[in-house]
Structure formats: structure tokens, C-alpha cells
Design a binder for this molecule. Structure first.
Ligand SMILES: *Cc1c(COP(=O)(O)O)cnc(C)c1O
Length: 382
């Protein structure tokens, strides 16, 4: 194969469509700070997701959005009955660096909960044991677009008076019973990074349960400025610019079509790889759910297959195909955490992280390539 196949390929509108969208910016010279494109994308997204626009705020990226909402919801600001700061957040180590880093960067302590074998999301049956008098919140991840056990998590949070922020970076456009994932928890963070199902080049959003926090988020993403001569919060800068918003407006027009193309590719992969002894494909979209087919994670069981995930990774690489060990290593084992956490306490996550490989998936991926990838993998089995 001459051309290298990467694990993903960013969705883009035609050049003509994008130029048409940004033309007006040459008249106004208004490039950022909540301009017309920003406003329009916020409206378009609210409509697409079926949430009020008063509950949605755009950001420069998903990570800043997450840090911002952690602050806006006041995580870590309360003291418990002993006068000790409630600074613990129950979360998953089977995620991208952003989730754990955001918690730690905001001065909070991650408490890692194990994940489930069937969909890799946080194991809701293990959350309650981890709740202490210092716990202030749960930050689960809808990993690969697989929905967490949202009802159980939300009721646990109510029972123990905890905040819930979903890292929904993978879950844009996912719905349950016709309603957006964004309706669960106190807030959900979406990422519109170039590699995600829907992109604004770089970008993100927060969807809030309580719309009163929106003005706080908006002030926070603009240095805490609340008036011409007033700065009320020690905010940062996390605003989405007009060119990104314009990209989002264009990409959103093609999103449903792209999700259908992704679905077809996933079905192709499933046809070839599911049911093979030693190979486990991602759980399908459940009854009542709308999936977004964002990723194609596969588990390779070395004890059954006689070869490892790393062997598959190398074999594909030799054939010009770049899969991704997503997520490996667990965030709890990162060098920057200096062995502060014990990955053996989340044995399922640890095992899955060593077995998982995410295969190439994007709307234009040709069936011939999918076949070739599967043939290479199946050819490794004796
Ligand atoms: C992409 C991603 C983020 C961060 O989003 P950015 O827009 O890249 O800042 C956070 N969490 C998860 C799980 C992600 O995949």
C-alpha cells in the first residue's frame, strides 16, 4: 500500500462551502469574542442537540471547557463536617490525559474507579465504595461514545449530594430515548477537536443542567470580565474564534450523513471480526440509543490468540496502517503522577488498556481498506 492509512481523518466541508461561510468576516473584521459565527454555531448546536441555547456554552477546546466547568460548579470549594476540604473526584483512568489532568490542575484529587468489561465505562457498582467524606463529584467518561450507566450514576450523586460532570468528548450526537446525552449530570463537556466525530478544528462546549451557570462560564472564558470596567473572577481565556465556529457551522450540515457512513464501516468491521475467538469488538448500539460510531476499539486476548495487541499494532504498521493504542497507558500510571496511584486497584482497566487497539475509522474510509485491515488481522491467526 503506497498511501499510509491513519487511525482518523478530520472531516472538512468543501473549500467553497467554507469560503462562503467566512466571507463576511472580511467585511466586519470581527474575528473572535462571541461574534456572529459563534452565536450561530451556538444556536445550530442547541437545535441539533435539542437543548436550550441558554444551557450551552462554546469553548476554544474541550479541555479548557472541562477546567472551566469544574471551577464554575465550585468543585473543591466546600468543607466537610470535620472542616476538611472536599477535594476528591471519582473518575476513570481509562481515558485521555485531559480528564485526569483537568482534575489535578484544578487542585482536586482523582480517586480512580474501575471500568466495566462490556463497554469500558466507569463501573457504577464500584463507585459507592469509593465515596468518602471528602468526595465532591464524579467525572465519568462516555468512552468511545458508549453511554455510561447514567441513571444509576445520577441517582448515586443525588443520594450522596455529589456533582456529576460527564466527559462527553467522544459522545457528541449520541442520544438515549431520543434525547441528547447532554441532559445527564450537572454538566457535560464535548470536544470538537479535529479528530472527533464533529469538529471545529479545535473547540468544545459545555452543556449545563442549570442555565444560571452559563453567564459564569462565559465570564470565566473571557478573563472573568463582567463589564467594561469590572473583572469579577480570576478567569482565563478560552473563547472560540470565528473561523473555528464557521468550520463547525459547515461540518454540522454534513454530520448525520457522516455518522451513517461511519455506521456502515463499523458494520463491515463487525461482520469480519466479531465472533472470532480471542477478539472482542465494541458493544453495539443499545436498544433506544443513537450511536455516533466515533471509534472502533478491538480487544486482542493474547492467551487465546497466541499474539498480543502490540503484535497486531506492529503488523498493521508494517502494512502502512496506523492503529492507535487508545487508551494506553492508563492516566493513573503517567510519569507526571510519580506513582501516586496504584493501577492494580483498577484491574479491569489495566487489563483492557494492554489489550485494546483502535482501528482506523472515518467517513471516507474505503471498504477495500477495511477488508485489508481485517484480512491482515485474521491472517495472524493460525
Ligand atoms: C479529546 C478529548 C478531550 C479533550 O478535548 P480537546 O478538545 O482536545 O481539548 C477530553 N477527554 C477525552 C476523553 C477526549 O477524547
Amino acid at each position: 500500500m503506497k498511501e499510509r492509512i491513519l487511525v482518523t481523518r478530520s472531516s472538512m466541508p468543501s473549500l467553497e462551502e467554507y469560503i462562503e461561510e467566512i466571507k463576511g468576516l472580511w467585511d466586519t473584521h470581527w474575528l473572535t469574542n462571541m461574534g456572529v459565527k459563534h452565536k450561530q454555531l451556538e444556536n445550530d448546536l442547541a437545535e441539533y442537540m435539542g437543548v436550550p441555547k441558554e444551557n450551552l456554552a462554546l469553548f476554544v477546546n474541550g479541555h479548557q471547557a472541562l477546567e472551566c466547568v469544574i471551577e464554575a460548579l465550585g468543585l473543591g470549594n466546600e468543607l466537610n463536617e470535620k472542616g476538611v476540604r472536599k477535594d476528591e473526584v471519582i473518575t476513570t483512568p481509562f481515558t485521555f490525559a485531559s480528564t485526569t489532568n483537568a482534575i489535578v490542575r484544578k487542585g482536586l484529587t482523582p480517586v480512580f474507579c474501575d471500568i466495566k468489561r462490556d463497554d469500558y465505562t466507569i463501573d457504577e457498582s464500584k463507585i459507592e465504595d469509593l465515596i468518602s467524606d471528602r468526595t465532591c463529584a464524579i467525572i465519568p467518561v462516555h468512552v468511545y461514545g458508549n453511554l455510561c450507566a447514567v441513571d444509576k450514576i445520577d441517582s448515586l450523586a443525588q443520594k450522596h449530594n455529589l456533582k456529576v460532570i460527564y466527559d462527553a468528548a467522544h459522545a457528541f450526537a449520541v442520544e438515549k430515548d431520543g434525547v441528547s446525552v447532554a441532559r445527564y449530570g450537572d454538566a457535560s463537556m464535548f470536544s470538537f477537536h479535529a479528530t472527533k466525530v464533529f469538529n471545529t478544528i479545535e473547540g468544545g462546549a459545555i452543556c449545563l443542567k442549570d442555565k444560571r451557570f452559563k453567564s459564569k462560564l462565559n465570564d470565566w472564558k473571557n478573563f472573568g470580565i463582567t463589564g467594561p470596567e469590572t473583572v469579577e473572577y480570576v478567569g482565563g481565556n478560552a473563547k472560540m474564534n470565528e473561523f473555528s465556529a464557521a468550520m463547525g457551522i459547515c461540518n454540522l450540515r454534513h454530520l448525520n450523513e457522516n455518522i451513517l457512513k461511519r455506521k456502515k464501516i463499523v458494520e463491515e468491521y463487525d461482520k469480519k471480526l466479531s465472533g472470532v475467538n480471542g477478539i472482542v469488538v465494541n458493544r453495539g448500539v443499545k436498544e433506544g440509543e443513537r450511536g455516533n460510531y466515533a471509534y472502533y476499539p478491538v480487544i486482542f486476548k493474547e492467551n487465546v490468540l497466541g499474539f498480543s495487541r502490540d503484535d497486531v499494532f506492529e503488523k498493521l504498521k508494517k502494512n502502512g496502517i496506523c492503529a492507535r493504542k487508545y487508551f494506553y497507558p492508563l492516566t493513573s500510571t503517567y510519569e507526571c503522577y510519580c506513582e501516586r496511584f496504584d493501577a492494580k486497584k483498577t484491574p479491569v482497566a489495566l487489563e483492557i488498556s494492554k489489550q485494546v487497539l483502535t482501528l482506523p475509522l472515518y467517513p471516507e474510509l474505503e471498504q477495500g481498506i477495511v477488508d485489508k485491515i481485517c484480512d491482515i488481522i485474521l491472517g495472524m491467526i493460525e
